[in-house]
Design a protein around this ligand. Structure first.
Ligand SMILES: C[S@@+](CC[C@H](N)C(=O)[O-])C[C@H]1O[C@@H](n2cnc3c(N)ncnc32)[C@H](O)[C@@H]1O
Length: 221
């Protein structure tokens, strides 16, 4: 069983022959995807040895060692070319938006990308729009008191103007995400207003984001 966040990510993954989960940690997603028949094979990578050892135990406990390969790799770096080229979908989840951007910048791919940034989501959307990725769908979920969002996109080389909510499924989770984001920005702006030497660039970015969120909220009502 996956938790709500991993389930949201899982639902975005298209039917595949081979998926590659970058930063797989426990490998739960790849194990579930193979067991459910969403993919025949999976490559699960991680930067660190500890998570890979945990993954190896989980893969072995599920008797999936012949279907799931584990690899220590910083982003796409150590993935052999034949596996990279045969991958249908890369998943990069549970990391900061900047880390995800750094991984995408490391090696070009035009395969499906399922991305689940934990922060800097607007900045990641800016990067994706500028670097020619088409966001096909963006979903939201709530798990306990935390909100998460995930994106499925694909490179087509066309530069776009950033659209924070491109492809967004505007459901009840979306509304709650908007509310939570507005509160977060409000608190951050208040903090900046109290600072002795306020970060004016950050203030500008937050105010811009606040306008986008308020427009979305107005569209809702
Ligand atoms: C918070 S866990 C998320 C695990 C899983 N993807 C999920 O969403 O539940 C982040 C994992 O990404 C790994 N990681 C961080 N930066 C990485 C990178 N550049 N390349 C590969 N793995 C990375 C960390 O070692 C950690 O195991």
């Amino acid at each position: 069983m996956l938790d709500t966040r991993l389930n949201m990510i899982y639902d975005l993954i298209p039917q595949s022959g081979l998926i590659c989960d970058i930063g797989a940690d426990h490998c739960k997603l790849a194990i579930h995807a193979v067991k459910q028949g969403k993919t025949k094979y999976a490559l699960a990578t991680d930067l660190r040895r500890g998570p890979l050892e945990a993954s190896a135990r989980n893969v072995s406990a599920n008797s999936l060692s012949d279907r799931i390969r584990l690899l220590q790799s910083d982003g796409f770096l150590n993935i052999p070319a034949d596996i990279f080229d045969h991958t249908d979908c890369f998943v990069i989840a549970g990391m900061g938006g900047q880390v995800i951007q750094g991984i995408l910048e490391g090696r070009h791919t035009d395969k499906w990308l399922v991305l689940q940034p934990m922060n800097a989501v607007y900045e990641l959307c800016e990067y994706l729009a500028d670097a020619g990725y088409d966001i096909k769908k963006r979903v939201f979920c709530r798990d306990a008191d935390k909100f998460y969002t995930a994106i499925i996109c694909r490179h087509d080389g066309k530069k776009r103007n950033v659209s924070y909510f491109a492809g967004a499924v505007r459901d009840v989770n979306f509304s709650m995400f908007l509310e939570k984001e507005l509160n977060r920005i409000q608190t951050a702006l208040h903090g900046i207003s109290l600072a002795r030497s306020p970060d004016m660039l950050q203030k500008q970015r937050l105010e811009h984001l606040r306008i986008i969120l308020l427009e979305e909220k107005n569209n809702e009502s």
